[in-house]
Design a protein around this ligand. Structure first.
Ligand code: SF4
Length: 481
C-alpha cells in the first residue's frame, strides 16, 4: 500500500519560502517518492522546480536559490491516478488571463473524467491525464468570473472525491480540505509566517507550532505578507469520512491528525487488540517498523492483565534498511524471497518460544506467510498473528495505491482460511468498532470503504455507506448553490 501524496504551503513575512518548503517535503517524503516539486511566487512571477525522484535527488542547491519569493507550495507524489511521468508531477502550474495558479493535491477525485470532459468541450487543453490538472483548469475558469473564495467554492461544488489541496494563486497561498475531510491537512504558525501541511511533522521540522487541523470543507487563505490567515467554511459537512488508514498505516507516528497523536492511536489499537483477541505467548514482537506501536500497546495491555501470564516485548525481526524500492526482482519467485533480504529473525529471541507477531495489515498475504515461516525456521514453537486493523476486503478509490479485489487475500476468504494460508497457529484482526473507539470517532465519520466495501463517495459500481451523490456536471453550478 502506498499513500499518494504529501502537500505543503507557506507564506512568510520576509524570507524565501523555498528552503522551508524543501525541509517540509523531506518531512513528508514517506507520503510519496516518485516526484517532488516546489512552486514559489515573488510578487511578480511564479518560479517552479519539479523533478522525478526523491526530495534529496530532485533539488540541488542552485535550484532552491532560483525559487524566489516568500510564498510557495510543495508536493511529493506517489501516483495512483495519472501516469508515472513528469507530466503528472506536481505542483501543477497554469497561467491564465487573470494570473498564475499552482496546485498540490493529495487524494483522488472520482468524477475527474466528467469534469475534465466538460472542460475539454469548452476548449481547455490538458497536458496530463491526472485529476489535479482538472481541478486547476476548473479553478482557473471560475477565477475568470468570481473572486478567489467564490471560485474555490464553485470548484468544490463540481468535484467529487478526496482532496487536500495547497494552492497558490499569484502570491496568495490557500489550503482546502474536501467536505468529508478524507485526507489530512493542518495549519501551523512559524516565527515569521504560516504553514499548511499534510502532517504536523512537517510543521515540527520548521520549528513551528501546530494550530489545528483544517476543517473538512474549509478554505484557509494565508495572507500574502505572512502575518496571518483567513478562513471560510465553504461546505458544512453532515458527516466526515476521515481515512482511518492514515492513523493505522500511512501517517508518521509523530504526527497529530484530527487531534490525535498517531503513535498513541496505534498503541491504543494494540491495547484493543489484546482486549479482543489476546493470547498468552512467551514473546510479542512487531513486524518492523509498521507493527511497532501496536505491539508495544498490545504487550503493555497483556502485562497489565491480571488474568494473563505476562509477556516479553522483543524486537525479534531485524530490518535491512538498505533494501529500497529500487531493488530489482524480475521473477515472482525472487519477489517472494525478497522478505529474507529485508528481515532476519534474532534466533535467540524466538527459539523454543511461543511468539505473537503483530502488524498493521495484511494485503496480499505473501509477506505474512513468509514472516511466519521465517519464525518457524528460527525455532519458534507457535506463531500467532495479530493485526491492528480489520481485514481489507475492497480497494481504495481515494488516493491509496492498494491491491485490486483479486489480489486482496481477505476479499473472498475467511479469517480461518487466511490463517491456514499464512501458516500461523492463530490469526485475529481488530474489529471496526475498536478502530472507531481508538480514534475517538463515530463510524459514521470515518471512511471504512476498504474494510466494508461500502464507500462514503458515489463511485461507479460500488456500494455507498451514506446518502451521497456526485454532482451533476454540465449544469453550470454557481458558487451560491
Ligand atoms: S478506502 Fe480505506 S484506505 Fe481508502 S480512504 Fe477509505 S479508509 Fe482510507
Amino acid at each position: 500500500m502506498h499513500e499518494k501524496c504529501g502537500v505543503v504551503g507557506v507564506s512568510l513575512e520576509d524570507r524565501d519560502a523555498a528552503r522551508p518548503l524543501y525541509y517540509s517535503l523531506y518531512a513528508l517524503q514517506h507520503r510519496g517518492q516518485e516526484s517532488a516539486g516546489i512552486v514559489t511566487h515573488d510578487g511578480f512571477q511564479q518560479h517552479s522546480h519539479v523533478e522525478m525522484g526523491l526530495v534529496g535527488d530532485a533539488f540541488q542547491q542552485g535550484d532552491l536559490e532560483d525559487l524566489n519569493g516568500s510564498q510557495g507550495i510543495g508536493h511529493v507524489r506517489y501516483p495512483t491516478a495519472g501516469s508515472v511521468n513528469a507530466s503528472c508531477a506536481q505542483p501543477f502550474s497554469v497561467s491564465f488571463k487573470s494570473g498564475s495558479l499552482g496546485l498540490s493535491h493529495n487524494g483522488n477525485l472520482v468524477n475527474a473524467d466528467e469534469v475534465g470532459d466538460q472542460l475539454a468541450d469548452l476548449g481547455h487543453a490538458f497536458t496530463s491525464d491526472g485529476d489535479t490538472e482538472v481541478i486547476a483548469h476548473d479553478l482557473a475558469r471560475n477565477l475568470l468570473e468570481e473572486d478567489l473564495v467564490r471560485a474555490v467554492k464553485r470548484t468544490m461544488s463540481r468535484i467529487h472525491g478526496s482532496y487536500s489541496l495547497t494552492i497558490m494563486h499569484d502570491d496568495t497561498v490557500l489550503g482546502v480540505r474536501d467536505p468529508e475531510g478524507n485526507r489530512p491537512l493542518c495549519i501551523g504558525e512559524l516565527e515569521d509566517g504560516y504553514v499548511l501541511a499534510s502532517e504536523s511533522a512537517a510543521i515540527d521540522t520548521l520549528d513551528g507550532e501546530l494550530i489545528r487541523d483544517v476543517r473538512p470543507g474549509e478554505l484557509v487563505v494565508l495572507h500574502a505578507d505572512g502575518t496571518g490567515y483567513d478562513t471560510y467554511q465553504l461546505v458544512q459537512p453532515e458527516n466526515t469520512a476521515h481515512c482511518f488508514f492514515e492513523h493505522v498505516y500511512f501517517a508518521r507516528p509523530d504526527s497529530v491528525i484530527d487531534d490525535e497523536l498517531v503513535y498513541e492511536v496505534r498503541r491504543d489499537l494494540g491495547r484493543a487488540l489484546w482486549d479482543e483477541s489476546g493470547i498468552d505467548s512467551d514473546v510479542v514482537m512487531p513486524v518492523p517498523d509498521s507493527g511497532r506501536a501496536f505491539a508495544s500497546g498490545y504487550a503493555e495491555a497483556a502485562n497489565e492483565d491480571d488474568d494473563a501470564d505476562g509477556v516479553e516485548f522483543a524486537e525479534g525481526l531485524m530490518k535491512n534498511r538498505y533494501v529500497g524500492r529500487t531493488f530489482i526482482m524480475p521473477t515472482q519467485d525472487e519477489r517472494e524471497r525478497a522478505v529474507r533480504l529485508k528481515l532476519n529473525p534474532i534466533k535467540s529471541t524466538v527459539e523454543g518460544k511461543t511468539v505473537t507477531l503483530i502488524d498493521d495489515s495484511i494485503v496480499r498475504g505473501t509477506t505474512s506467510n513468509q514472516l511466519v515461516q521465517l519464525l518457524y525456521d528460527a525455532g519458534a514453537e507457535e506463531v500467532h498473528v495479530r493485526i491492528g486493523a480489520p481485514p481489507i476486503v475492497a480497494p481504495c478509490y481515494m488516493g491509496i495505491d492498494m491491491a485490486s479485489r483479486e489480489e486482496l487475500i481477505a476479499a473472498d476468504q475467511s479469517v480461518a482460511d487466511i490463517r491456514d494460508e499464512i501458516g500461523a497457529d492463530s490469526l485475529a484482526y481488530l474489529s471496526i468498532d475498536s478502530v472507531a473507539g481508538a480514534l475517538s470517532k463515530s463510524k459514521a465519520d470515518l471512511c471504512l470503504g476498504c474494510v466494508t466495501g461500502e464507500y462514503p463517495y458515489d463511485i461507479d459500481g460500488e456500494a455507498k455507506d451514506r446518502e451521497v451523490d456526485r454532482p451533476a456536471i454540465g449544469t453550470a453550478a454557481s458558487a451560491d448553490d
